[in-house]
Design a binder for this molecule. Structure first.
Ligand SMILES: CCCCCCCC(=O)SCCNC(=O)CCNC(=O)[C@H](O)C(C)(C)COP(=O)(O)OP(=O)(O)OC[C@H]1O[C@@H](n2cnc3c(N)ncnc32)[C@H](O)[C@@H]1OP(=O)(O)O
Length: 147
């Protein structure tokens, strides 16, 4: 696994995101790392992110985890393909399927893979696991910001 998180390579002006900005003191500060042919993010949500049923995670938080990790996956995949430094991708489309209730209190693992890279557009498929249990899947289209 690469030691440096993708988000730690974002330019300073893109480092303030609530989900993954290293400079956002009130944010989640998610970190994504390339491993093999996919990108991995691990995060343990705090208990107040419940969806109302104690012990289970709010769907909006699940979507946020998938969203930010998907952006990092797209940036890393594009950089690996082009040989250029990490750039910033934003979400154009985000689809989440909630497969099983997601428990709070254990570390979640989100796995992302780029399924298509076409110029500035990258399509990413994601899976969110709690232990061995697949709790959610995502499909995203991300677009590289113009310089
Ligand atoms: C500048 C900072 C923006 C805000 C950052 C927020 C960070 C986040 O939280 S990300 C989540 C929220 N996302 C956003 O706020 C993004 C809002 N949307 C936008 O800014 C623009 O629509 C943006 C950047 C995604 C695309 O605009 P633009 O750069 O003009 O690209 P555009 O030429 O329209 O599209 C590029 C390619 O993506 C495709 N595409 C764009 N949107 C979609 C979509 N929704 N579904 C499928 N394909 C799409 C286009 O068809 C095109 O494909 P092709 O090259 O094959 O023709």
């Amino acid at each position: 696994m690469c030691d440096t998180a993708i988000q730690d390579l974002y330019a300073e002006e893109f480092a303030n995101c609530f989900g993954c900005g290293r400079n956002n003191q009130h944010g989640l500060q998610l970190k994504s790392h390339w491993q093999g042919d996919e990108c991995i993010c691990r995060h343990t949500p705090k208990s107040h992110y419940t969806g109302g049923v104690p012990g289970f995670l709010y769907g909006g938080m699940i979507a946020s985890l998938i969203d930010c990790h998907g952006a990092a996956t797209a940036a890393a995949a594009k950089s690996r393909e082009s040989g250029e430094p990490i750039s910033r991708f934003v979400t154009a489309s985000l689809n989440v399927d909630f497969v099983k209730p997601t428990p709070i209190g254990i570390e979640l693992e989100i796995r992302g893979k780029a399924t298509e890279i076409k110029n500035r557009k990258v399509t990413v498929a994601l899976q969110l696991f709690a232990g061995e249990t697949l709790c959610a899947t995502g499909k995203m289209i991300l677009v590289q910001l113009k310089n």
